[in-house]
Design a binder for this molecule. Structure first.
Ligand SMILES: [Fe+2]
Ligand SMILES: [Fe+2]
Length: 228
């Protein structure tokens, strides 16, 4: 009954956006993800930390969800900046129910429990977003989502999963870092960083929080074990 995490699978089984164009690191990536996921059991839980599918709609992502569904572990999905298929909780759940996808669950304004800990998180915020309009509004909404998720932990130890790193060499997202500190979060897992950007990751303890990058190419497509 272990907990694992990996982000940025960037599956593209029904779109023409295969990550194989990015060279050796992504060679046969779907096959390699399949081999790793086949090693997890039905009692295990896998957090998918965003950028799961390139599909532009739930329908376009169906083949990617079906690929994930063939592996028995429970998968908890949070939103990445490329998850254009993302929809309301109700619509996503209805789609999964209709298609018979029983192992997929959504992390959005909620939390899931694993032993004595709570699985919390959201997409997060990144400096890329600051170039768009209405930044403060979007940032505040995102902070609200993370806080709603922390509240749903009901006092359990919070394991925080974000797509965007709240801390990065040359970047700090103060409102999110403040939230982690206020809620006593000790462990934070994030994705989004690929290839040359991986060099700028924060790995290890900073400001009392233990950070780990779990993007798929960084992990060589093997999910990171968080705890038993
Ligand atoms: Fe990504
Ligand atoms: Fe991303």
């Amino acid at each position: 009954m272990a907990l694992y995490a990996i982000g940025d699978l960037h599956l593209a089984l029904s779109t023409n956006k295969s990550m194989e164009v990015f060279g050796k690191a992504w060679e046969n990536y779907v096959e390699r993800i399949g081999e790793s996921l086949a090693r997890l059991s039905a009692e295990d839980t896998l957090i998918l930390a965003g950028d799961t599918s390139w599909g532009m709609s739930l329908e376009e992502s169906e083949a990617d969800f079906r690929f994930l569904e063939q592996f028995p572990c429970r998968k908890i999905l949070l939103k990445g900046n490329h998850d254009y298929w993302w929809n309301t909780n109700t619509k996503m759940q209805r789609f999964f129910d209709e298609k018979g996808f029983t192992t997929l669950q959504i992390l959005h304004n909620n939390a899931y429990f694993h032993g004595g800990a709570a699985i919390c998180g959201s997409r997060g915020w990144f400096f890329e977003e600051e170039q768009g309009g209405q930044n403060e509004k979007v940032l505040n909404r995102e902070v609200g989502r993370i806080e709603a998720s922390f509240r749903a932990a009901e006092g359990r130890e919070i394991l925080c999963f974000l797509h965007y790193p709240p801390l990065y060499v040359g970047y700090r997202c103060e409102p999110i870092l403040r939230l982690l500190s206020e809620w006593g979060v000790k462990r934070c897992y994030y994705g989004h960083l690929h290839s040359h950007a991986i060099r700028r990751r924060i790995e290890g303890v900073a400001g009392g929080v233990d950070y780990s990058l779990v993007s798929a190419d960084y992990l060589a497509f093997v999910p990171k074990k968080i705890c038993d």
